[in-house]
Design a protein around this ligand. Structure first.
Ligand code: NAD
Length: 484
């Protein structure tokens, strides 16, 4: 039986084929034990009418090999095309996006030569669940869903990653000063998991100041773990400040399947011109080799690549007069890396992967401890655009509804309390959240809610959705209104 590891490879579009050829050439010369299952993805597949952008056999190939080395693709203009990355992430549960952002100063220009951080972004939840609705003439919503297992999985992954790669600190970034429940869950889970890793330093930053710090002092960060949207944004900020957008690789990792790629796109403007820098895909491939248990080969390539940069052998995108010694094309760059296999950089950091810790990470989640869940009220959302949108009018009308003691407590508009006792200056849209509870916030029944909705309808209101209010183990599990 062959000792070679089978991987799925896609050459992609634009510069994809050139950089993949260069990358695989380096991998082979370094002695990587690989066999390829080549699949077709990208523009031509989309244009055949396959909305996922992947040929029909692609999923079977990924299911079999579990490892995907992917070149960038071109997304055709116009609508109706699903993001191939999002489809792959969601179909195979690739919950972690791992993006190392490193400075290679002075060979790659940056104001932050000491930057060496890794962003670990949750990949499946948050506002990216894609649950959106238009509810009124004026208001649209996008649901932000954060789960305990989803949070725990990515946070544990971040700590395991730090341990495996000898990183010292993990920083969590959230906006839990505002989203106290959703982001609060992520932060709380971070604090719980952190206790199991006493040798790793931890801290937490509110995402806005955290992003500002990445832009100003990126060297203070080591590993950053964060939610999907924040991670998406800070990954680009961090890559940009290191100057390494063209050099960065990225991994999307799941419990079984993992996908490795360059950060950049298919660069159609330089496609077929032998000008592209293959370093982004090569750095993705180095992450892949560690993932599949070939860390010595990964190390050898990383060091030869750094030595090539140091020797001033640069593709046009990073070529600097006076610093670079030779401007080369894609294939010549690849040959230069191959010539340096076995050498180590002198000025840039030498890469050494921990040989003992290369097996895939096992993420074990804590058992769920069930809490006592009590229904203690309901928010009824109403589309209402009458009577000059006067909150007192809608409030007085809704006060007539009473379902066995379930009665109106307050109304908010875009989260701000407008009834009773709102401020006349508050701007109101046509989207009203009306909170109904029993006096004393005692437990209510679903039958009361159904009765209430019937009454709300009979009063002539268009209710657009309801949101039940719960207490878990007696603790209120919904936010108060602003101004409540
Ligand atoms: P891009 O990253 O392809 O190009 C931006 C600029 O950077 C261009 O000037 C390009 O020449 C240059 N560049 C990019 N990679 C380079 C490399 N390796 N070497 C030298 N120069 C490089 O971004 P874009 O132009 O916005 O997007 C082009 C296409 O790529 C679009 O269809 C987009 O949808 C797609 N895209 C795909 C992926 C992916 O497959 N993961 C990611 C981003 C964009």
């Amino acid at each position: 039986m062959s000792s070679k590891r089978k991987i799925t490879v896609a050459y992609g579009d634009g510069i994809g084929p050139e950089i993949m050829k260069a990358t695989l050439g380096i991998l082979e010369a370094a002695g990587a034990q690989l066999e390829y299952n080549v699949i077709e993805i990208g523009e031509q597949v989309y244009l055949k009418g396959i909305s996922s952008g992947m040929e029909p056999g692609a999923f079977d190939s990924l299911r079999e090999t579990k490892v995907f080395l992917k070149s960038p693709i071109t997304t055709p203009q116009g609508g109706g095309f699903k993001s191939l990355n999002v489809t792959t992430r969601k179909s195979f549960g690739l919950f972690a996006n791992v993006r190392p952002c490193k400075a290679y100063s002075p060979f790659v220009k940056t104001h932050f030569p000491k930057t060496d951080l890794v962003i670990i972004r949750e990949n499946e939840e948050d506002l990216y669940a894609g649950i959106e609705h238009r509810q009124t003439q004026e208001v649209y919503q996008c649901l932000k869903l954060i789960s305990k297992p989803g949070s725990e999985k990515i946070i544990r992954y971040a700590f395991e990653y730090a341990k495996k790669y000898g990183r010292k600190k993990v920083t969590c970034m959230t906006k839990d000063n505002i989203m106290k429940l959703a982001d609060g869950l992520f932060h709380k889970t971070f604090l719980e998991v952190a206790k199991e890793y006493p040798n790793i330093q931890t801290d937490h930053k509110i995402i806005d100041i955290g992003t500002a710090l990445i832009a100003e002092r990126p060297e203070v960060f080591d590993v950053i773990v964060t939610l999907n949207l924040y991670g998406d944004i800070i990954s680009d900020v961090a890559a940009q400040v290191t100057g390494s957008v063209g050099l960065g690789g990225s991994a999307n990792v799941g419990e079984e399947v993992a996908m490795f790629e360059a950060i950049h796109g298919s660069a159609p403007d330089i496609a077929g011109m032998d000008m592209a820098n293959p370093s982004g895909l090569l750095n993705g491939a180095i992450m892949m080799l560690v993932h599949i248990g070939q860390p010595l080969i990964a190390e050898k390539i990383a060091n030869a690549w750094a030595k090539t940069l140091e020797d001033g052998i640069h593709t046009g995108d990073i070529y600097q007069e006076g610093l670079s010694s030779k401007r080369v094309g894609t294939q010549e760059f690849s040959r230069a890396v191959i010539e340096r296999l076995g050498q180590k950089p002198i000025n840039l950091a030498v890469t050494a992967f921990d040989q003992s810790a290369t097996e895939p990470m096992q993420i074990k989640l804590s058992p769920v401890i069930k809490s006592k869940k009590d229904l203690i009220g309901v928010d009824v959302f109403i589309d209402w655009d009458k009577d000059g949108r006067d909150p007192n009018v809608i409030g007085e009308k809704l006060r007539k509804a009473n379902a066995d003691g379930l009665e109106l407590q307050l109304i908010t508009n875009r989260g701000i309390k407008v009834f009773p006792g709102g401020m006349r200056e508050t701007f109101c849209t046509d989207h009203w959240r009306c909170r109904f509870q029993n006096a004393g916030q005692s437990v209510i029944s679903h039958a009361q809610i159904l009765d209430l909705l019937k009454q709300v309808q009979d009063l002539g209101f268009d209710f657009i959705k309801t949101e039940n209010l719960y207490a878990f183990d007696g603790v209120r599990a919904y936010s108060l209104a602003q101004g409540e």
